[in-house]
Design a protein around this ligand. Structure first.
Ligand code: IPD
Ligand code: CA
Ligand code: CA
Length: 270
């Protein structure tokens, strides 16, 4: 049985988010390993391609046509954000741009929706594996017709853990390397696969036991946070405080491993 909801507002939004994520995903699939026009943004290693922009334009236009009253925060700047709107869509049109630009097969579309500031709908679509992770508040997290549950691992020494590095890593001292060192030395394995949204979905899907990263953005985490929460996982900042929807410090785990994960992480600048 796939994800359903009896809330008619959320059912409409879920259907739209699924359709837009799959349409954007098919652009990514078609353009994968083709010649791309690539530019840089905040740093020489922070890339944006024509495909990021085409996917965002498709998603934003689709929302504006169907739901002109909703606010949209989208990474490449096509949306109109407004804190006062009842619904707010938070979009990463292509999470994993570096991978996409190099032909490394790990990237996705991420769409999260808030109702009055509360995360309510999430869709993350991996177009190459054709995996659509999704969640509705109170209705669980799903992959196809499988309801997702985090792992039950209790020993950090048996944990598979993922992380990532911000685009200012060449020049910032707050670079995640001390935490990375600690986890390499204590967990069973560590991965840096290059898509924060998929990393969160993989915690939800019990493919990872934990994931952390700093200096993310709202579009990296809006969908993934709800998917982890609905799969029974935990998300906090690096001190165990509430999840930061801006993504500045993200520690996520199956729950039993959370204290052990936090113990490995070096808190950044307050
Ligand atoms: C990036 C990816 C990556 C993470 C970076 C993000 P982008 O997003 O999620 O895994 O380490 O911090 O900015 O730029 O590919 O959308
Ligand atoms: Ca991203
Ligand atoms: Ca992106």
């Amino acid at each position: 049985m796939p994800l359903t909801t009896t809330d008619p507002e959320l059912a409409t939004i879920l259907a739209l988010a699924r359709a837009l994520a799959e349409d954007a995903g098919s652009i990514q699939r078609d353009r994968y390993e083709t010649k791309l026009s690539i530019e840089t943004k905040s740093a020489a290693i922070d890339l944006v391609t024509e495909v990021d922009r085409a996917c965002e334009e498709l998603i934003v236009k689709g929302i504006q046509a169907a739901r002109p009253e909703d606010a949209i925060l989208a990474e490449e700047g096509y949306g109109d954000d407004d804190d006062r709107a009842r619904f707010r869509w938070i979009i990463d049109p292509l999470d994993g741009t570096t991978n996409f630009a190099h032909g490394f097969p790990r990237f996705c579309v991420s769409i999260g929706v808030e109702r009055e500031g509360e995360r309510v709908v999430a869709v993350v679509y991996d177009p190459l594996l054709e995996e659509r992770f999704e969640a509705v508040r109170g209705e669980g997290a799903w992959l196809r017709d499988r309801r997702l549950t985090v792992t039950s691992e209790t020993d950090f020494g048996r944990a598979l853990v993922a992380t990532g590095f911000a685009y200012d890593v060449h020049r910032s001292e707050d670079d995640n390397l001390a935490s990375f060192h600690n986890v390499v030395k204590s967990a069973r394995g560590i991965r840096r696969d290059g898509s924060a949204a998929l990393d969160l979905c993989y915690v939800a899907a019990a493919r990872l036991d934990a994931y952390w990263e700093l200096k993310l953005h709202p579009w990296d985490v809006a969908a993934g946070f709800l998917i982890v929460e609905e799969a029974g996982g935990r998300i906090t900042d690096f001190r165990g405080g509430p999840a930061d929807r801006e993504g500045r410090e993200v520690a996520s785990s199956n729950g039993p491993l959370h204290a052990a994960l936090l113990a490995q992480l070096e808190p950044g600048a307050p």
